[in-house]
Design a protein around this ligand. Sequence first.
Ligand code: GLN
Length: 521
Amino acid sequence: MSATTLKPHQKELFGQPIGLYILFLTEMWERFSYYGMRALLVLYMTTQTIGDDRGPGLGWTNQEALALYGWYTMLVYVMSIPGGMIADKLIGQKKAVLVGAIVLCLGHGVLVLTDIWAFYTGLGLVILGVGLLKPNISTMVGGLYREGDIRRDKGFSIFYIGINLGSLLATLIVGLVVKEWGWHAGFGLAGIVMVLGLINYIIGQKYLIHVGNLTKDKDDPNEISYGKLYGKLFKSPVQLSFTVILLLASAYGWYKLEWGYGLLFLFLTAIASLLMMIYRELDSQVYKDRFMVLLLSFIMVIIFWGAFEQAGGLMNLYTETNTRRMLLGWEIPTVMFQSLNAGFIIIFATIVAGYWAKRQLKGKEASSLFKMALGIIIMGFGFLFMVFAAMEFENDGSSSMLWLVLAYLFHTIGELCISPVALSFITKLAPVKYASLMMGVYFAATGLGNKVAGIVGESASEFGEYAIFLGILVFTVVIGALFIMLLKPLKRLTHGAEDNEREMHNDETEGFELADPKLNN
Ligand code: GLN
């Protein structure tokens, strides 16, 4: 077909479908609004109600702010499970992203208002919006490529850079806007860029005609019915018993802790029984083992984000109150430190991917599980610098910002070892028809990590920053080492899923493949 007769969705730019750039920009603006707002959140909540030159805050204690921050950052990602399910079963990924983007515009818009109801409503809408948008836009990227298309990995690398470009711009600009015009201008900016993301997505629809559509066929034997899976639970004594035990634990959690935990445990029980039923229904031991090792790897995901996500919470507060931020006579706004992670990702993404590719070519250990475990250890070592910072603060009453730079550098290298690798790992090991659901479960695992981060961060007011940073360092290094020790048996459970791929293409990048069978045609 000559270039002139190509339909818009078949056209390419720099060797990639133009749809990729539409999704890149939509996700870039969405991440701008998410990370811009996230960077402000705990600072806004803990600023006194009489306020400073940024305007009044909510006057909460650090502990109260970190508790809400933990719930919020958990829920945005946990909502990826219903977000993925709604797309799969009801409206398709493309409409889900559209609805998510509209809800996000409303959410960020509401946050411009100063009333407390607006604060909670805005956060609620952002949670729903991200839940609909985030997993589905990732699945749509996968849908741009046919199965086996070698451009897919590169496409995901480009997409991941879009994520971090959004985050980088947000954390650089939002801090300055807040310093000049106050908190709500910062929230407003997040809203405006989300409108840009929405407009870009709507205008770009002609490039996305072939992806993210609902393909529902009742007679298709591959059609997933969650209802049927739950129905079968009542005929499966082992899975039913586990579900009852989890339900009792949820009720106890509700009674002992608070209703929020009760609801969370109930939700997790529902997901756990679904996963148990999927495991039971898988028709070969190979699939069952792979499914199991994938779920085990999610433990690493939770632990990683539980430590890493101190960034927006405890480390953010530490930067604000304990760090010397003067550079050449200018005080760097706290929020700007949040841009180090995204900046380092953009610098190091290809270097880290290249390192793994070289290692693999030399025949050295470079499995996803190894990279993920090593990622935890490297990120954990970042906390060594926070330990030094806390020591300096205890001696001198403030600490150098160099410690934060080094901590974020290690955190980023760790993230590059685990985050894109895990996305790719899911697509290699998840049963194809459950790939979207498993993507949702993956994001939910990162969300649980965010909640853990909040709980750990909150306890700093009891134990002090030094003890918390040291605790995270020791715990993460030990867990990472433990997974490396268990590497052999875990790898056995993958049944060579990665070895085959290695033989198929020995290219330079670690992929971000997403397989959605419905969209790959
Ligand atoms: N920083 C990445 C993003 O915003 C990863 C987030 C996550 O997996 N929780 O997409």
